[in-house]
Design a binder for this molecule. Sequence first.
Ligand code: HEM
Length: 380
Amino acid sequence: MDPITAVTHADPYPYYACLRARAGLVFDPGLGLWLASSAAAVAAVLAHPECRVRPPHEPVPRAIAHGAAGRVFARLMRMNDGERQRCPRAAIEPGLQQVHGEEIGQRVTALLPGLPNDLGARLQHCQFRLPVAVVAGLLGFSAQQLPAIAERVADFVACLSPASSQAQLDAAHRAAEQLSRDFTALLGQTPGSPLLQRIVKGFGAEDRDTLIANLIGLLSQTFEASAGLIGNSLCALLKDRHLLAELRAAPSRVDELLAEVQRHDPPVQNTRRFVVAPCTVAGVSLEPGDGVLVLLAAANRDPQLNPEPDRLLLDRQARRSVSFGSGRHQCPGQALALSIASAVVGALVRHSNLEQPLGWTYKPSLNGRIPLFHPLPESR
Ligand code: HEM
């Protein structure tokens, strides 16, 4: 196993424990990257001002640099440091935090009648389509527009992997163009949704392309991370039938399940940082051009962060987790993502036959742990 294959391995956690035992930052010659796996090393890298989100020589991946998807990517707060991150973030973050859990529950309930009957297809829809539809609805898109928006977001996200095919890259450029048009039209409607109004007000005279790119960014950040969060919560229930029965009896505990699964089996297993000036991080001297793989999922199981870290404990006290990152780029969508996932998993627990035998494989990915479910023959 290596830190990349670990992401989609059935159980990467014993391997992560071995990495953590080496402490500090360790160089992986195979990957050509430094590895941060302990809680202290992960925190040090994410907090360090010289550790940036993109390599300075390639702010936009070469494969998409010359098209519409690249133009969106170049403006995302997630993919920038300094003012180009701070300004959009200051405009967007407060609005995201004002969305009420109750409204999210209502939006999820309104989307449930459109779910496919087949359980595998239903779960996939709940993982990938529902969360993005909820966020697009909050931004003001109409119910009729939501399926097409979710489709375009899926196409756009596909270009973010280095393994994307030319056909996927072409589709991503088309999706980026179409989403830009969708948001331009939405911004022309008055009054916008409460969330959109707050974001637009926060942007002030900021340029429109940056606003639109970061609105697309909200949808694209929602897409795979939420699919993984919902999926990994379902895996926890499918592995432990008692837990499923417990939640059926006390559905209000679904929030606790989500809070623990995001730590125990996180959807974003790692992120990366690139060194831009000589610096010392976690006692190691780094040089410009060095890359660091930040193993969030390994840090969450560090006993320094949580006692009995390998146990899934719904009533865990003072839980600590870096699943949503930390420092300047810490996920501004955390509360929203947890509310959406909780509403979706709660609905599945109440209304779907999760006792039916289901297996899963993980979607190929360098950093996302996203199970894809399929029915198993009854006899197994
Ligand atoms: C409603 C769903 C979500 C939205 C709208 C959202 C939005 C965002 C945005 C805009 C950023 C970039 C922040 C910045 O660079 O300043 C971000 C970062 C991040 N998000 Fe989320 N997110 C969502 C769900 C999730 C979920 C479910 C997870 C994982 C449990 C997650 C994990 C992260 C992490 C780890 C980062 C930081 C990456 C880094 O520092 O390299 N997000 N998110």
